[in-house]
Design a protein around this ligand. Structure first.
Ligand code: PXP
Length: 237
């Protein structure tokens, strides 16, 4: 079974546009779960331009499914995660100021750094995942960081899906097969949507979880949040 974790960053972006509590992020998280989402993902960035650190504390007692916090492991992020103790932390190599995460870790070059951070999270009982592209060298070295899972960066898959979906999925199938051989759990995310999700799910063995934000929130403008979540869940059946 592949879990759907809804990334609610965009809800915080809309709220922050007016400086009040509309929409109410905590209520949206509860509603996503009520409508069938099996996880909630947040990505607090250093400038807190969407999810704030306070949001993360507010969500912790409310999220009853899987709570996934993703972000770059600087010292304040590490302390936040260790204090909040989510089910999963996803480490992303995004420098401050970047619009959205647009690359995975170089797991060879960053191996020592990742090892250190991952062991700290694992000692605290938090499952770890690291955001990676499909380069074989990055998957091979991911296992040596000690991470429990990888999250495949699906941006390039989404970019190429409409022109040639068989080509678009090829490197992901190879990366996933290797991850399965190495006993690394597989998550995936970025630019997944109602068009490309089902094909991805059907071709990737052992896909444990997808985290989806932008397209899902956009779709919910037209279909409503409840229907939209059901449509995404249908793609994962
Ligand atoms: N995974 C990671 C690591 C991300 O940074 C993001 C975007 O915050 C997502 C998944 C979700 O991507 P999207 O908003 O395109 O669905």
């Amino acid at each position: 079974m592949t879990k759907l974790s809804v990334n609610i960053n965009k809800i915080a972006t809309i709220r922050n546009a007016r400086g009040n509590n509309l929409p109410d992020l905590v209520q949206v998280a509860k509603d996503c779960e009520k409508f069938g989402a099996q996880g909630i993902t947040v990505h607090p960035r250093p400038d807190e331009r969407h999810i704030t650190y306070q949001d993360v504390y507010d969500l912790k007692p409310v999220v009853s499914t899987e709570f996934n916090i993703e972000g770059f492991p600087n010292i304040s992020f590490i302390n936040l995660v260790l204090e909040v103790k989510p089910h999963q932390v996803t480490l992303v190599p995004d420098p401050p100021g970047v619009l959205t995460s647009n690359a995975g870790w170089d797991t060879l070059k960053q191996k020592d750094f990742l090892k250190e951070v991952i062991s700290e999270f694992k000692s605290a009982g938090i499952r770890t995942s690291i955001f990676v592209d499909t380069k074989i060298v990055n998957i091979e070295n991911a296992i040596e960081t000690g991470t429990d899972r990888i999250e495949l960066y699906t941006g390039p898959y989404a970019d190429n899906f409409n022109s040639n979906k068989e080509d678009a999925i090829t490197s992901f199938v190879k990366a996933a097969n290797l991850a399965n051989e190495l006993n690394l759990g597989i998550n995936a995310g970025h630019d997944l949507n109602l068009d490309n999700l089902n094909y991805f799910k059907n071709n990737i063995n052992g896909l444990l979880e997808v985290s989806i934000g932008h397209a899902l929130i956009c779709d919910s403008l037209y279909h409503g949040l409840e229907n939209t979540i059901k449509k995404y869940l249908d793609c994962l059946k």
